[in-house]
Design a protein around this ligand. Structure first.
Ligand code: NAD
Length: 285
């Protein structure tokens, strides 16, 4: 397979938007598809606004901003992704929906197209299950916010083609990112290690030992992390956080270390998903 030039991003939510921006800024033509009417166009507008803020701070030229926007192409149908070299799927974290998307992609794209999922916690092997060419499906796990966070987990399965994996590991640095090769296991590396960071903070909150503000302040001050666990859950989305915890909980035989917290589940049921809904552990007016 040649180095990818035309990138398709499926799902124009928090992650799809950020990934599309990264790809366009690296000089690629990017087609963006979302099932929700107007979502791909809205993502393009939001990227334009984010880049305009960088122009006003003198960090980007207006010409580069315009060139980046011109590389972004919202499309209305999956069929419009037929000539993509590489697809990054960043849709809802549900195995059945991801399955359906990749099965459709196999009928739409050529056999040379590299297929990637941005799943945070689902098994890439399970997503590839039933595909005619599972050797070309990888996890390409960007972190939030994608334009800022350097790390990308390149997740390989037992079926992965080693030459394609090598190509991805060589290509990701051209996006200004740092790839790490990881095996397909629950939560990969970062999301698995992050579970106790969240869960112990949530236990302290539920025991009324400290507020989210106090816990976040302690951990940002002392661990050197940019965001504490509660601010991070609000950024990521409590629904996404809960889905990841539930996946690990199931994968590890309901080990109490991974038990989802009541305070997260209650907020998700109340629609308090964090920044995207205006309320999570903190208000986001
Ligand atoms: P999101 O809810 O912000 O966006 C998902 C988008 O996918 C929505 O716009 C929705 O309309 C669209 N969509 C749903 N089904 C679709 C389909 N069949 N075809 C096309 N579009 C469809 O979600 P998100 O936070 O961007 O997460 C997307 C993926 O990235 C998930 O797999 C998640 O686990 C992963 N991820 C999320 C984060 C994070 O911090 N939020 C970080 C890393 C990875």
């Amino acid at each position: 397979m040649n180095t990818p030039h035309h990138i398709a991003v499926i799902g124009a939510g928090i992650m799809g938007q950020g990934i599309a921006q990264v790809m366009a800024q690296a000089g690629h033509r990017v087609s963006v598809f979302d099932v929700a009417d107007g979502a791909a166009e809205a993502a393009r507008t939001a990227i334009g606004e984010a880049l305009a803020r960088r122009v006003s701070k003198g960090r980007l030229s207006e010409a580069d901003r315009q060139a980046t926007i011109d590389r972004l192409h919202p499309v209305d149908r999956m069929d419009d992704l037929a000539d993509a070299d590489l697809v990054v799927e960043a849709i809802v974290e549900r195995l059945d929906v991801k399955h359906a998307v990749f099965q459709e992609l196999e009928t739409v794209c050529s056999t040379d197209t590299l297929l990637c999922t941005n799943t945070s916690s689902l098994s890439v092997t399970d997503i590839a299950d039933g595909l005619r060419h599972p050797q070309r499906l990888f996890g390409l796990h960007f972190f939030n916010p994608a334009p800022v966070m350097k790390l990308v987990e390149v997740v390989n399965t037992r079926d992965s083609d080693p030459a394609l994996q090598r190509m991805l590991l060589d290509w990701v640095p051209t996006l200004g990112k740092q790839p790490v090769s990881v095996a397909d296991s629950p939560g990969f590396i970062v999301n698995r290690c992050a579970r106790p960071f969240y869960s112990e903070s949530l236990v302290m909150l539920e025991q009324n030992l400290a507020t989210p503000e106090v816990i976040d302040d302690c951990l940002t001050a002392n661990l050197g992390v940019p965001l504490g666990p509660f601010a991070l859950m609000d950024l990521v989305g409590l629904d996404i956080n809960l889905a990841a915890t539930e996946t690990l909980w199931r994968a590890f035989d309901h080990h109490p270390r991974f038990r989802p917290a009541v305070s997260v589940r209650d907020r998700v049921e109340a629609g308090q998903l964090g920044r995207k809904t205006g309320q999570g552990f903190y208000p986001h007016p």
